[in-house]
Design a protein around this ligand. Structure first.
Ligand SMILES: NC(=O)c1ccc[n+]([C@@H]2O[C@H](COP(=O)([O-])OP(=O)(O)OC[C@H]3O[C@@H](n4cnc5c(N)ncnc54)[C@H](O)[C@@H]3O)[C@@H](O)[C@H]2O)c1
Length: 253
């Protein structure tokens, strides 16, 4: 079984690096046709080149998830090149800066929520009417273990990821009868550029992260992507409104 990805029209936001990039490779390997969006245009072009070299069918477009028109354009590009979007991975997100809750500026707080929460809602809004009309579709939002449990130091991020889990549940219930599934993948600490930036800002974090229990290792982007791929695929046909932790057991403690 390959999750029914062959020939499917798949959109991925935040596809240039990290988990989004890994989702793109995994979906392409299963025969999906991709439309990739990201604000990091150069890195997106580099990723697209690597995917094409691996035989992927894809189109790319600069997409800022703060801008509704960018998400509409991404959906239009998918329709034009590969047919109506069957699957959306709403993955783009930022971490914000490490700070005490009262030291976070209002502008920073709102910016993290704009990208991490409203950005996912905007992406959903661009594809949902078509999915509902056709009576099929799957959406996976990248939340985090920070959407399931708290963590000190990244207040806006934790608030945003809890909101993503709520958003996913609400939308999943609204579209379940229409044949559209909506789930969240909740990665733990995954070795990506996002984690590199956090460790650069706070070097003491790396040993602490490596010692995180119970597995005492970081996850890989491929491990996070594999769960997202399963959630959006045909093997998860009866799974909706779920927040799946991929965290080496972190939230089980
Ligand atoms: N790395 C981790 O430990 C971890 C853990 C849990 C959840 N996540 C989540 O996984 C997702 C991917 O993160 P990652 O770890 O791969 O980090 P990353 O920084 O490597 O990738 C994030 C991508 O999103 C893009 N992006 C940022 N702002 C954007 C915007 N406004 N519009 C469009 N694209 C934008 C970036 O350019 C980048 O390519 C994020 O939602 C993140 O919160 C990561």
């Amino acid at each position: 079984m390959n999750g029914g990805y062959a020939g499917k029209s798949v959109i991925i936001t935040g596809a240039a690096t990290g988990i989004g990039r890994a989702i793109a490779f995994a979906a392409a390997a299963r025969g999906a046709k991709l439309v990739l969006g990201d604000v990091a245009e150069e890195r997106l072009a580099a990723t697209a080149g690597e995917l094409e070299a691996a035989g992927a069918t894809l189109a790319v477009r600069r997409c800022d998830v703060r801008v509704s028109a960018d998400l509409e354009a991404l959906a239009a590009l998918a329709r034009e090149r590969h047919g109506p979007p069957d699957i959306l991975f709403a993955n783009a997100g930022i971490e914000g800066t490490l700070a005490a809750p009262w030291e976070v500026s209002e502008a920073e707080f709102l910016s993290v929520l704009d990208i991490n929460v409203a950005g996912i809602w905007r992406a959903m809004r661009a594809v949902l009417p078509g999915m509902v009309e056709r009576g099929s579709g799957a959406i996976v939002a990248t939340a985090s273990v920070a959407g399931l449990v708290g963590a000190a130091g990244l207040t806006p991020y934790v608030a945003s990821k809890h909101a993503v889990v709520g958003l996913v549940k609400s939308v999943a219930i609204a579209v379940a009868k229409a044949g559209v599934r909506v789930n969240a993948v909740c990665p733990g600490m995954i070795d990506t550029p996002m984690l590199d930036r956090l460790v650069e800002a706070e070097p003491a974090l790396r040993p602490a992260l490596l010692a995180l229990k119970p597995m005492a290792r970081l996850g890989t982007a491929d491990e996070a992507a594999a769960a997202a791929i399963w959630l959006a695929g045909s093997e998860a046909a009866f799974v909706t409104g779920h927040a799946l932790a991929v965290d080496g057991g972190y939230v089980a403690q």
